[in-house]
Design a protein around this ligand. Sequence first.
Ligand SMILES: [Zn+2]
Length: 354
Amino acid sequence: MNDVEEFRWIAIINRDRSVADTFVYGVTSTGIYCRSGCPSRRPLRRNVVFFATPAEAAEAGLRPCQRCRPELAVAPDPGVDAVVELCRRLEDSREPVDVATFAADHGYSERHLRRRFTELIGVPVATYARIARDQHVRRSLRSRVPVTQAIVDAGYGSSRAFYEQGAARLGMPPSRFSDGARGEQVTFTSLDTPLGTVVAAATSRGVCAVRIGDDETTLVDELRHEFPLASLVRGDEELEEVAHVLAGAVRGEADASRLPIDLEGTAFQMRVWDVLRHVPLGQTLTYSQLAERTGTPRAVRAVASACAANPAALVVPCHRIIRRDGTLGGYRWGLDTKAALLENERATVAGVRP
Ligand SMILES: [Zn+2]
């Protein structure tokens, strides 16, 4: 999910009508499409697909919702129309769009249009343009167009500009991305703990995955699936310190969030994971408190999904997030594991153990 989709998903959760004219969303489980603000039941994130226009949703075979009537324009607001048109222009144009001229042509000041754009789309014009270009690059790279060609086609102008601005968002340099992370070395190690086998993997930049499970083979297979063409090599020696910290974290005695990380996620997920890494050992937060600290107090469900998508157990201590009523909520690696981790941390903080 990119930042724009994230913003839209949060709008859907909050039934935010102010952005209703800027997109529609389809719900694959029902075959229906809606506008943001629809009073019907909130869909599950995994069933939601975004469309720029009602026509595109209809083309994809979805039917308009009877409650929010997405096929009808919400309210004639020329300001919204201009913003939506600018989105299309940014998506279609392979050259930089002259926003000042565009604004003037539509009877707005550039400043006003840019501000309106950020309000309605969730990111500034420049960011949207980059996301549109990134998506174009991703599509081209997947279809195995030569990297330099893909970059020029996407409007970056030169590969230098792309490496400076675009590569960070793809999570790895494009030459590796185009062949599924071949050449990226991912080192892993595993350790047996009272809570099961812990497998940790790292790139040269930091820890990229930590999994807890029953056996090493399954966990390593999982990593292989996740980093399909990276060379995945055992590196018990290189990762000795990491293993040592993780063993301590399982006992509730060490805080693994001090380890360097190299995680891939959307800007929103990264923000949630970063907030999580600042929750001290032995403390817990509720999902709503976490949402508040993330700066999106109403996006509790989105925050919970970001926790569930955490790729690095312990290092991103999502086990420290519990429900308001004190029950544990969910945990990707099992509720018993979560309960035991919290118990161990509490014991450490209380000084119960030597
Ligand atoms: Zn609806």
